[in-house]
Design a binder for this molecule. Structure first.
Ligand code: VAH
Length: 319
């Protein structure tokens, strides 16, 4: 049985659907500190209200469903983390430690921990950032995720916990609205293009960031988790990549479908966060170890995003 902690988040919402397709509805349990919207509840099946900082409650859920794997996605992202630094540190690191300790105690088979390109900082090489390099993150989110990678490696080496991780770039999908990320402009822009025909971007026009369409991220996550353990040579977290683009380029991609769409720029505090991150990522370790290969480029993503948001708006599943 698989437990997804943070099932109501941007990634969790999509991962629950994908895991059910692979393992069957009855074998996936969703958990989040927030009650899902009613429309989501039917989709979610088994749902447990859970704060990952509540260890007895976490142990109770693991026991109740005889959980053998945990995808631990609950975290505070970069922008929100800068507004609540101590809470972000506590949730992002103590939450992970609670999961890792119960993985040892309950002998769980596999754990998934999402990391991020935010673990890199201003001293990191910006182009084709290597798997191993200087990492001096300047956001609490990045500091906490870098610490989390270290803890995953520690629990693997010391206790044999099979915990695996990916350093996601900005993730873009249509099934869920993102929460508190710096890369979330790249989700918002599609919604605004469709019903406002214009978008005011909180990053400057030439701010390049590594990005990935959600379906690639979900497929990569499952490929990593299904790979034979001996193929996994990195127990901190794998670099993974698909494309890099700027707000100007995603706007141009949208204009191929909506010529009247216009973009304006009003950089805010998130500009400095974005500029501390790499512009492109070298993911050769993931390609060599377990066969990673992205399938979506910017124009293919734009086509799918606009099509599905339009359907969502018509069906009322996207509000
Ligand atoms: C954020 N979407 O913006 C997340 C992600 C690489 C960025 O970690 O905080």
């Amino acid at each position: 049985k698989i437990l997804v902690i943070g099932s109501a988040g941007q990634l969790g919402t999509e991962l629950v659907v994908a895991l059910k397709n692979v393992y069957g509805e009855a074998n996936v349990v969703s958990a989040d500190v927030r009650e899902p919207a009613q429309v989501r509840k039917e989709e979610l099946g088994h749902f447990e209200k859970l704060d990952v900082l509540n260890v007895p409650r976490l142990a109770e859920v693991i026991e109740k469903y005889k959980i053998t794997q945990i995808y631990h996605l609950a975290a505070m992202l970069s922008a929100t983390g800068e507004k609540h630094p101590k809470h972000a540190w506590h949730l992002n690191v103590q939450g992970l430690l609670n999961v890792l300790d119960l993985a040892v105690e309950k002998k769980l088979h596999k754990i998934y921990f999402p990391s991020t390109i935010a673990v890199f900082g201003p001293t990191t090489p910006k182009i084709n950032t290597p798997q191993f390099c200087s990492m001096e993150p300047t956001t609490v989110y990045g500091i906490s995720k870098q610490a989390g990678e270290g803890w995953c490696n520690y629990y693997f080496r010391k206790y044999g916990v099979d915990v695996r991780s990916l350093r996601y770039p900005g993730l873009i999908g249509y099934k869920s609205m993102p929460g508190g990320g710096t890369t979330d402009y790249a989700v918002d822009i599609y919604h605004k293009a469709l019903y406002a025909k214009q978008y005011e971007c909180f990053l400057a026009e030439n701010t390049y960031l590594p990005m990935m369409y959600m379906d690639d991220a979900i497929r990569g996550t499952l490929e990593l988790m299904h790979a034979d353990s001996h193929k996994i040579t990195i127990r901190t977290s794998y670099n993974i990549s698909a494309m890099s683009f700027s707000p100007k380029e995603i706007a141009q991609s949208i204009q191929k479908h909506i010529p009247e769409f216009t973009i304006s720029y009003k950089p805010d505090f998130r500009q400095a966060i974005a500029e501390s991150w790499p512009q492109s990522i070298d993911d050769s370790s993931a390609r060599n170890d377990w066969g990673w290969k992205p399938e979506y480029d910017l124009d293919k993503m734009t086509e799918v995003m606009l099509k599905n948001i339009k359907i969502g708006l018509e069906k009322g599943t996207i509000v």
